[in-house]
Design a protein around this ligand. Structure first.
Ligand code: UTP
Length: 306
């Protein structure tokens, strides 16, 4: 009874989606449009991320936006003019697509002002989140909906308390692009205890090839640490640095665990990965896949003969 009451009190219900970065790797497309609005097939990347939060049971979504926030807000709001025009035409299937994003979740927005790093973006969520654990989903990181990760992370957080980070094993030559975690095994095969974290280390200095990817379930103690975290790599306030402190401390704020992800993930802020995401997801779509795949086969054959 006591146990279930505790769980009812701490049940995670809020998702925070930082989407205020400058997206410089995608210029000039991101000069006036947030990178999170770039389409992946026919949906903006950010809609996949909000859908993922909702499928994990988190329907209260706070988006951290920056100076290009309008398209993000508009996408998750009603568009009466478009809805009326489609209703008038009797185009119900497109009408459903337009309404899908505005009916998804309860959306909230806060502006980051200066993009001073991911840690600073998360800190902007403090007044909304309060003193409950919460999830963070990076707005440019897509996890394939067939490989659920966030619900497993929530389960692990509910079991162990503290904070939980998503990890993925990468080729050691790629670890300099990520945060890298020092880990200890646990009795669960997909769960590790994190003892240290280093943001974007050189391969020789990386504690492991387990890379931090864009999903976190955080204990609210992170806010107190972030408030004191000095700018780190790239002059930005790094979430990894704050988590490192929690991981090393291992004190009253609970441990930091990692869930090792083996599924499909796409970093849509990276041009190559963005293209791969579109090709894969388009190939697998029932409506577009058959035609697109046969074109792709032909294209690859021609390329191999050239
Ligand atoms: P990135 O590390 O991809 O940085 O941010 P970026 O500035 O967006 O992109 P590049 O490297 O210049 O191309 C990871 C996530 O954190 C958010 C981004 O929007 C992205 O979802 N972010 C980053 C913020 O919300 N605020 C920041 O100050 C920095």
């Amino acid at each position: 009874m006591v146990q279930s009451m505790t769980h009812a009190r701490t049940r995670i219900s809020k998702a925070v989606i930082p989407a205020a970065g400058l997206g410089t790797r995608f210029l000039p497309a991101t000069k006036a449009t947030p990178k999170e609005m770039l389409p992946v097939v026919d949906k903006p990347a950010i809609q996949y991320v909000v859908e993922e939060a909702v499928s994990a049971g988190l329907s209260d979504v706070l988006m951290i936006t920056g100076r290009n926030k309008r398209p993000l807000e508009d996408h998750f709001d009603r568009n009466y003019e478009l809805e009326q025009a489609l209703t008038h035409k009797g185009d119900e299937s497109r009408l459903a697509k337009v309404q899908e994003s505005s009916d998804l979740a309860t959306m909230h927005y806060v502006r980051q002002g200066d993009p001073r790093g991911l840690g600073h973006a998360v800190l902007c969520a403090e007044p909304h989140v309060g003193d409950q654990p919460f999830a963070v989903l990076l707005g440019d990181d897509l996890i394939d909906p067939r490989d659920p990760l966030l619900s497993r992370m929530i389960e692990v957080q509910e079991e162990h308390g503290g904070s939980v980070i998503a990890l993925m094993e990468v080729d050691p030559s790629q670890i300099h692009l990520y945060g890298s975690a020092a880990i200890l095994p646990t009795t669960d095969q997909d769960v590790v205890r994190i003892t240290d974290l280093v943001e974007k280390p050189a391969a020789a200095e990386a504690p492991s090839s387990y890379a931090v990817i864009g999903r976190y379930v955080l204990d609210p103690a992170i806010f107190g640490v972030l408030n004191k975290t000095k700018p780190g790599r790239g002059g930005e306030i790094q979430l990894t640095d704050a988590l490192r402190e929690l991981a090393q401390e291992g004190g009253p704020d609970g441990p930091v665990h990692g869930v090792v992800f083996h599924g499909r993930r796409y970093d849509t802020g990276d041009r190559g990965d963005y293209l791969r995401a579109i090709v894969r997801l388009a190939c697998e779509r029932d409506d577009l896949g058959p035609d697109f795949r046969s074109w792709l086969r032909q294209y690859v054959n021609e390329e191999m003969q050239a």
